[in-house]
Each structure stands twice: as C-alpha cells, then as structure tokens.
Design a protein around this ligand. Sequence first.
Ligand code: BGC
Length: 751
Amino acid sequence: MNIKELVSQMTLEEKAAMCSGNDFWHTEPVARLGIPRTMVSDGPHGLRKQPEECDGDHLGLNGAIEAVCFPAACATACSFDRDMMYDMGQILGKECQAEKVSVLLGPAVNIKRSPLCGRNFEYLSEDPYVAGELSAAYINGVQSQNIGTSIKHFAANNQETARMSASSNANERTLREIYLPAFETAVKKAQPWTVMCSYNQINGEYASQNHWLLTEVLRDEWGFEGYVMSDWGAVRDRVKGIAAGMDLEMPGSNGVNDQAIIQAVQSGALSEEDLNASVERILNIVFRYEKGKEVGGSVFDREKDYEKALEIAKKCIVLLKNEGVLPLKKEEKVAFIGGFAETPRYQGGGSSHIHAHKVTSALSMASEYGDIRYAKGFPADADRTEPVLFEEAMKTAKDADKVVVFAGLPDIFESEGYDRIHMQLPECQNVLIEKLLELGKPMIVVLHNGSPVELPWADRVQGIVEAYLCGEAVGEAEMEILYGRVNPSGKLAETFPKRLEDNPSYLNFAGKSKDVDYSEGVFVGYRYYDSKDMEVLFPFGYGLSYTTFAYGNLQIEKKSESGRDGINVSVDVTNTGEMAGKEIVQLYVADHTQSAIRPIQELRQFASVWLEAGETKKVVMELDERAFSWYDETQHDWYAADGVYEIRVGRSSRDIELTAEVILTDGKEKKPVIDANVMLGDLLDYSGTKKYVEQNLVQYLDGFTGGKAIDECDEMEKSMIYYMPLSSLRSFSNMTNEKIDEIVKELNALL
Ligand code: BGC
C-alpha cells in the first residue's frame, strides 16, 4: 500500500475527517478507498476496552470488557526490571491482538514532581532515566506483537489540578533534563507508534498546538516517525494544532474542527501539505496494524495472564523495614487486621481503571498459610472510625504472636482528575495502628497506595511492606512475600519524604493560578533531597531483601582515552545471606567539574542480578557521554565539561558502597554567546577568544590590571575582570559604542 498515493486520492473533506476520531475509540474509515476503522483503548496496566454497546468515556466510568489488571506503574517501576516490562508489554500486546485493539494508550511516563499528584499511581518515577528505560522496554514488548502504543502525556503534565488549562512553566534546562528525557529515550529506543500530547500548556502554549514540542523536539531532533494524538478533549486551536504536528484529535469535535481545517486550507491559512503529512502519518499506523493483525487464532486467556500478573507483582513489592519479624512462619499465630486484607486496593481510578476478571486478597489465600485470624478494624474504602471494628481488632490482635495491618489509601483519596491535599493515611488507620502498638506485639504494616504517605509510627513497627497498587494478583503476591516463599526485591522509584513540606515543589504545586512555576528546576525528588542532605523517610532506590548483598571490585574501563565514547563500569555482587534473591544495583554519577549548578548525583544506570546464597556475579553497566552531561541553554545542547566525575555504585541513593573517579577530556568547548554584554570571563574561558582579550582588550583594563598582563593579576583583580561585561568598559576606559560594535563583530568571527 502506497500511503502517499492513497492520500492523493482523498478529498479535502476526507482528509480533514481523518484527523479526528470516528467515535470515542476509533479512527475514521473511508470505505471507498478501503481505509478501515481501527480501535484504540486504554492501558496502561491492562486492557480497558469499551465494547460498542457501552457509552465511551475517558474516566473509566462506564463498562469495559473483563480483563487482567497488572500492577500499576507505581509498582512496576520498583522492579527496575527491563525484561519484566518487556514481558508485560508483550502479554498486553497479545491481549490487544485477541481483542482487535490496534493501539494501547500507554505507557504514562510523567515525572512525579510532587507526591500529591492524583495520577502518580499511573506514572513510573521521579527519575527520568528509570521512567525512560522501563517505558522503552514496555513499548518494545507491546509493539513486538504488532500493536501500537501511545506514550503519554507529552509533556510536563505533573498535576491533575486544572490539568486541562494550567501552564507548566519551566526553563528549557529543566524540561530537557527532567520532564522530556523519558519520552526521548522511549522514542529513540522503541519508536512508539503514537505519542499522546497532554492537556496542559507548556510555558504558555498548549501541548496540542506546540510546534516546538511536537515538531522541532519530537520529530526533528528525536526522529519520531509515528503520529501524535491528543489527550481526550485536549484540542484548543485545531488549525494551529495541525501546523504544529498534532495529527489526530481524540475523540473528535462533532465535525466542528473538520470544517475549521477545510476552511483554513481553502483560505490558505493552513498549508495542504501540513494536512497531508498528518493524514499520511495516521494512515501509516492504521495500515501497519492492518498488516500485522492476527486473523483468528489469538485468544485472551485471562487465567494464564493472571499467572503473569502474579509473577510481575512479586517482583514489584518493596520491603521497607524488617527488624527480624519477616518472613512469617506457618507455626506462628498471626492476626490480619484492616479492610485491605479482604478488599485490597490494587489499581487507581480514572481512565486506566481495568474491569478485573478476578482479584485475590491476602485473606483469600490464608488457608494455605497456617494460623491466621482476621479482623477488619477499618474499612478499605473510606476514612471511617467504627468502634466495634476497633474493639474486635484489638481482641484478635491480643491473642496473636504477630500482627499484620493491611493499610492504604482508599480509592477516593487519589485518582485521575484531582490531586491529594495531604500525604496522610486515613486517620482511622493511624489511630488503630497506635492502639495496636500498645499491645507490644511485633507488628508489620502492608501498604496499598499509589504515592508516598506519611508514616508517623514507622519507627515503632517492626516491619513495613509497600505493595503499592499491585494488580489483581496482589493478595497472592503479598502472601508469598510475607511468608518468605518469595524474596522481596523491589526498590523505591521515588523518595518518601518525612513530611510533605520537605518536597521541593511544595511551595509551587497545583495552586489556584493557571501558571504553575517549576521553580525548583532540575532539583526534583532525590536530586533535591540528596543535594540538601535532608533526612527522608525512605530514600530513592531503597528496598530490603531477606538476604544481604556485598559489593566489591569496582572497575572502570574507558572505551577511548577521552572517556567520551562510552565507559564500562563493573562491580562484583555477592549474596552473603542464606536465601537466593535479586539485587538491584544502582549507578549514580556526580559531576565535580563545577561547570554548572547540578544535583549532587544522578542515577545513570541500573541492573538487576539474581544470586543464589553465597554466589558472586559480575555486573557490567555501560555509560555514554550523555550520562555525564547537563543541558546548556546557551548552546541548546548537552554538555559535559572536561574534568573529574565520580562514579557511585550502591544499593540506593543513600547507600553508596563503592566510588571511583573518571576523567573526561577532549570535550567540545562551550562557545560564549557574544554581544555587547558578554562577560570578559566567558571570552577568557573559550580558547578561540582568549587571546583576543589578552591582546586587544587588555589596554582598556589598565584600571584593574595596573598595566600587568591578565595572567599576572592577583585573584581580586582577576575576578573583577572576569565578571566585567564588555559594555562596562565604556565607564572604565575610553571605549566607544562604535568600538564595542566592532569588537563584538570581530569576536563573533572567531567562534
Ligand atoms: C486521560 C488519558 C486517557 C484518555 C482516554 C484522558 O482523560 O488523560 O490518559 O488515555 O482519557 O481514556
């Protein structure tokens, strides 16, 4: 099928119609040209396919087919496991094939700027490297089945408050280093079939009509080949959107925007070439699916995929505290307290809400595990204190050897569409936990939440297990972890601050104004807490195991002398405990060159390694030049200065075991931006202009140098010269405006 040829046969009306949905979930067909109608459906952690007989909606309100609910992204990120993400994607791709869904609307990779974002459960991490690597693997998995993905929400959609209108105001460095790289990595490593633009504005321009974002960055720089669709209802100015590269409006506008496109082409306000390009991109994907569509044969085996959901859940759960209380033993008398033991929260609310075909609770598995007694204590769906339930819980706990409280956030506490206003668990849960603590029994709390919560009793309980929102097999996975059939291996992909007030976005999050200023810049998550050396409840990358791991023999091997063609970092990891287990090894880079204000360290690689008790394996991780770089807005490019960097390898951002230095050389020089106000220091720092200053400008600097060469000046004199704008020489010498213009010209010729 020659798509260009096909587009040339379409009428203007057909082309305009092709640029919006045929209904809530389908692309537009053109029967006379054999263009089919294809279906897209939410993801990301399962298939929310709404059949024709259901009213379509984008908030998970109306019916959808029964499907398998995998752990949500808040949980899967804790696996730090690219292979697992690929596997999950592959299964979802197969489910889509069976259900004739051409594009799965996910993954969702927005950065967790604040723990309060109502949709954090659907997002992967506060760290763009983790979000990028894991989403690329997921996309490759789904697309290996000839099913498309729609990575979302592009971009800087980090809150739900006023999500359809607010402007995320961030400087370019912050966007490039924090909010864009997950998308960039996914595009470069996995080429998603589609990208979903977000509702919000970025620095005052809606994502759905943002030419810089959708064309210059996404396509021209990163090489994205698919089409961009809008988030549901995100279109403001449709004509501007087409010109910006926003191809498909979803779900559509009842024809209003078709007319706008037609008129704009007819009046010359929109070039027909831009329209053709959008149609071509949409049809490329429509026919890619058609070509790879499995006819018959594929079935959606929910029971089999449940087993996969279970396998995945077991890799996600994070053990946060264990003072010798876990694993539980069959012979112990254990009290399960809390409504979440019976009705666990296993996914978040909104468009990603899966109609799970079955859900296992911890309680439903209890008979396999010995002496377990249950008391509800508090409901799982509300913050409601019920004295009778409290009493019953106290009684049940009194008779037990150990108490396990199944706590968490009820659905109404966090969801798509609104943000949380605090970071606390329901009061009824904290009150009961405090009461139970008075019994003096060993106590473990299992958490079900999509984003960090404050844990006021954390230092008084003996065990904490973070299950996040772990999908439909949550209960079975929890029991295997609690009773030690499985060794926990998840690590946090976000920081748990001690208090909400500690979070770097605290003063500028959500709010009532349409402008949301990302004034914390690149200091998001651990980049902030670690740079400030601030105490946190649980650090980024943290998670325990039932075994212990030792690190040794850190080796650094540069692929070339300069270090700019890649570096291999290897480390030996040994399982020093008695149980087989998986360790997630993390590699952070610290910049010691002083070339910019940067976070004290940034995660640049991770790897997981499975080790039998006593076993040692070498883990090799590769770094490229980008791993050392920051985004230099003056050059609009990545930059890694020559000089010393520290490689830090460890168990979490706060548990670095081994360090080594690496020196980069032969870097490209940072060219100064030269106008009348350029600082002389910037000219002295650049080899191409240094001599010019020393030879041609020194005579204007006598008042500071006393006639000496710049090199011979003392520190104070040097710094006066260094920070002097060229134009200030008017005040300190006989420099004229004409002379300044001439100097600027000559200097620019040297770049
Ligand atoms: C959400 C998207 C979702 C779409 C379709 C929107 O409200 O932001 O993530 O894919 O609805 O349901």
